[in-house]
Design a protein around this ligand. Structure first.
Ligand code: ADP
Ligand code: MG
Length: 230
């Protein structure tokens, strides 16, 4: 099986000074669920931003499904973000004056045409069929995060990138949201999932631990790549 995401010697310097990533190498297989762990400032968000084509590295290369992300024009990168990557953040980034269903349709709007039926379907998938006309302020944290998941799923992305998506949730909401991620994994999505919580990390197929923009081999669990080499 060919890796779906290949990162080679990825380095990111901010303002020519702060090193966000430092020669990071990583391969992720189709349908794999990788948990990204590591202390604050270790480069987790920077890594996600690179794979989402939201930012470009200072050096190194990024291939997603055989496509060299660094060879793309700005317009092609925008298209990649819309069509291939689903992004979920710790802060929900919902528009306060739009209802639940309008927030989801907004993501569609940037894709092509907003389709109320599809948005409603995505909300039903995350168990929010009854909350479509509510505003973000009327929803619990867990419900808001589920709106964000519906929004990220609306364009059927192959890759789902989640940056501490359970960081602001209580135990019960966390369980509901993790149930959705398990379903997405079962449905074959490739998941890259940043978390601080080891209990959540172990639910993934593999854990990588970052420190100073590099992968710490001793603390990272073996995935298909490493295990095939013994
Ligand atoms: P994490 O998500 O693991 O907390 P980040 O990827 O956000 O880590 O940050 C890695 C390093 O890069 C940190 O030292 C951080 O301060 C720095 N950094 C991140 N984003 C920026 C930015 N936009 N400008 C300058 N430095 C940044
Ligand atoms: Mg971060």
């Amino acid at each position: 099986m060919k890796p779906f995401i290949v990162l080679r010697d990825l380095t990111k310097d901010y303002n020519g000074k702060v090193r966000g990533l430092d020669g990071l190498c990583l391969e992720i297989y189709p349908g794999e669920w990788v948990a990204v762990m590591g202390p604050s400032g270790s480069g987790k968000t920077t890594l996600l931003n690179m794979i989402a084509a939201m930012d470009q590295p200072t050096a190194g290369s990024i291939y997603v499904n055989g496509v060299d992300l660094l060879s793309l024009t700005e317009e092609e990168r925008a298209r990649f973000r819309r069509e291939k990557a689903g992004l979920i953040f710790q802060q929900f980034h919902l528009i306060p004056y739009l209802t639940t269903i309008e927030n989801v349709m907004l993501a569609q709007y940037f894709h092509s045409m907003a389709d109320r039926e599809e948005a409603a379907h995505a909300l039903q998938e995350v168990g929010l069929g009854e909350r479509m006309r509510h505003y973000p302020s009327e929803l619990s944290g867990g419900e808001q995060q589920r709106v964000c998941i519906a929004r990220a799923l609306i364009n059927q992305p192959k890759i789902i990138l989640a940056d501490e998506p359970t960081g602001n949730l209580d135990a019960e909401n966390e369980k509901t949201v993790m149930g959705i991620f398990h379903r997405l994994h079962d449905a074959g999505h490739t998941l890259l999932f940043v978390t601080h919580d080891p209990q959540i990390g172990i639910q993934a197929d593999r854990t990588i631990e970052l420190e100073h923009g590099r992968i710490v081999p001793a603390l990272s669990t073996k995935g298909p790549v490493l295990s095939s080499f013994g």
